[in-house]
Design a protein around this ligand. Structure first.
Ligand SMILES: C[S@@+](CC[C@H](N)C(=O)[O-])C[C@H]1O[C@@H](n2cnc3c(N)ncnc32)[C@H](O)[C@@H]1O
Length: 315
């Protein structure tokens, strides 16, 4: 790849015709949902398709992703559950099955939790709040999934000269639920694209690739993944079927350069292991003190209760 950014205006069901096999280091994407959004052109995946056809098309895309991804490397897919008249569609489960059929190994599921008050209030949940009776329960869905798969299990990488993450970054990402506000009101020219927040590709690209490596998004939309990848010093490929969105990506990424402030997640100190060990000891000690206080209180309460009972029943 000569330039750091390549925008390919094509159908991702055939992306291996445009991208060489085994050349991509990491794939991150949020595919079109089933039957939710019209991106405004013919033959798009998801819109006015029955669920089976949608899954067949998604399988084609993931197969193509498998071909272009390097062995041992990862793909992260952001997807949510869809409500339909004939029941909920747990796309997450179907994607896991599809990807395993193709040969990917399912490695992680992360829940993207959208903090309360930051999502649009959904119709079903509104109906429940206006009709709050048993059996009328409905939820305002405020989570999606991020599924991480690996192509094979051999990771031939020497980490001896690689910078390690600092403890803050490790802690932020160590839990499987990520609290990240959604993008609620995209700018006018990004209308209909349904972008995900930059924080999602930012964390994933940092966790699953190295500088100068190639990051692909096969459903690039307005280029959130690509813009973040450039800020993080990666090379990046955007595949997007809409010509208008390709123009948006070009516009959005025009002046994006490496953002050094995003590199403040690494730890340079030599005594990292010692520091972590000390911290673990401190945590252990604090937990011990907390537990001790708790049990002292329980035992104290029990003693009090004993005497109280005696007072009650002795005479
Ligand atoms: C959920 S949006 C992706 C948004 C993106 N993550 C962002 O932040 O802008 C899904 C995108 O997939 C594109 N798309 C749908 N079918 C496609 C296909 N067969 N090939 C390539 N892109 C497609 C749509 O045009 C839309 O831009």
């Amino acid at each position: 790849m000569k330039n750091n950014l390549k925008i390919i205006n094509t159908d991702s069901r055939y992306l291996s015709k445009k991208i060489s096999k085994e050349c991509v280091h990491f794939i991150v994407t949020s595919p079109p949902y089933w039957n939710l959004r019209n991106y405004g052109y013919d033959d798009q995946i998801g819109f006015k398709q029955n669920y089976e056809d949608y899954l067949k098309d998604m399988k084609k895309v993931f197969k193509e992703c498998f071909k272009v991804l390097k062995s041992g490397r990862f793909i992260a897919i952001n997807i949510g559950t869809v409500v339909s008249n004939d029941g909920m569609k747990f796309i997450t489960g179907d994607f896991v099955k599809i990807c395993e059929d193709i040969g990917f190994i399912f490695r992680k599921d992360i829940i993207w939790h959208k903090p309360k008050g930051q999502t649009k209030w959904q119709r079903g949940a509104t109906q429940f709040s206006q009709n709050p009776y048993p059996l009328k329960y409905n939820t305002n869905i405020n989570h999606e999934f991020i599924l991480v798969f690996q192509k094979g299990d051999s990771l031939d990488i020497d980490l001896s000269n690689v910078k390690r993450f600092n403890k803050f970054f490790v802690r932020k990402n160590a839990y499987s639920v990520w609290d990240i506000p959604p993008v609620n009101s995209p700018k006018n020219d990004e209308k209909h694209v349904a972008p995900f927040p930059e924080e999602i590709p930012r964390r994933l690209i940092t966790l699953f690739s190295f500088e100068n490596e190639i990051v692909l998004d096969p459903f690039a939309g307005c280029g959130t993944t690509n813009s973040v990848a450039l800020e993080l010093g990666r090379k990046t490929i955007a595949v997007e079927m809409s010509k208008d969105y390709c123009d948006l990506i070009k516009k959005r990424t025009k002046n994006v350069t490496l953002d050094k402030s995003l590199m403040e997640i690494y730890d340079e100190s030599e005594d990292y292991k010692e520091m972590l060990a000390k911290e673990n000891m401190d945590n252990l000690f604090n937990s011990y003190i907390k537990a001790k206080k708790k049990y002292e209180k329980i035992l104290g309460d029990k003693e009090k209760a004993k005497y109280k009972n005696m007072e009650l029943f002795d005479d």
